[in-house]
Ligand binder design. Structure first.
Ligand code: ADP
Ligand code: MG
Length: 230
């Protein structure tokens, strides 16, 4: 589905140039569930932002379903992002003045859907993440786990084929983390491709493949981490 070829990302800070990603080669296949791990500062978030078309590489190719999108204009990339990718973040990134339902409606506003359809689909998505009884709650009236579920509902509401989650359990306690990972597992079993960044081995074990990043390089991309479940 996605192929990154010799992706490099450098930043200029003052007069110095830093290579944050160095010739990364990664393939993500449809239906995969991948955990990206690596030390802090190794380039995981930078890589996620490039995969999510939130940022552009300095060099290299990005193939989406065989098509080179590294040459796309910003507006074309925004379309790809809105139609095919859902995002989940460590700090949830909900709008504080909108209730759960309105937060989930946001991506559909960008997609230009009418009010009735938006509401209907947002309700469906919230019900799917077990928040059918919290639709009118404001973010500050929800627990951390519930906020992350709202964020997941928002991520899936446009039915993306890929979900990117950067440390989605980083702000949650262990038990809540597991329930969020169960949610991702269910989405993956229904066919959604999932790529997440985590520091925690227990969280990574929900994935089926691990990509290890160190100092801007992929040092391993085929480790199987799936727990044996009976
Ligand atoms: P990780 O998510 O693995 O902790 P990041 O991808 O956030 O790492 O950052 C990797 C490196 O890139 C860090 O050394 C960071 O300082 C640097 N970096 C990230 N964003 C920028 C930026 N906008 N300008 C300059 N350097 C950056
Ligand atoms: Mg990071």
């Amino acid at each position: 589905m996605i192929e990154l070829k010799d992706i490099t990302k450098s930043y200029k800070v003052g007069k110095e140039s830093f290579d944050v990603l160095k010739q990364i080669n990664v393939a993500i296949h449809q239906g995969e569930f991948i955990a990206i791990m690596g030390p802090s500062g190794s380039g995981k978030s930078t890589l996620m932002n490039i995969i999510g078309c939130l940022d552009r590489p300095s060099d290299g190719k990005y193939l989406l379903d065989g098509e080179d999108i590294s040459t796309y204009k910003d507006i074309q990339l925004a379309k790809v992002r809105n139609e095919s990718i859902g995002f989940v973040f460590q700090q949830f990134q909900l709008l504080p003045r909108l209730n759960a339902l309105k937060n989930v409606e946001l991506p559909m506003i960008y997609a230009g859907l009418g009010k009735k359809e938006r509401e209907e689909r947002a309700k469906q998505a919230l019900t799917k993440v077990d928040l059918g009884d919290r639709m009118q709650h404001m973010p500050n009236e929800l627990s951390g786990g519930q906020k992350q579920r709202v964020a997941i509902a928002r991520a899936i509401v446009n039915q993306p084929k890929l979900i990117l989650a950067d440390e989605p359990t980083g702000a949650l306690d262990t038990k809540t983390s597991y329930s969020i990972m169960e949610q991702f597992t269910q989405l993956n079993e229904e066919g959604t491709t999932i790529v997440l960044v985590t520091h925690e081995q227990e969280v990574a074990e929900y994935a089926r493949r691990m990509i290890l990043v160190r100092d801007g390089e992929v040092v391993s991309a085929d480790e199987q981490v799936r727990r044996v479940t009976t």
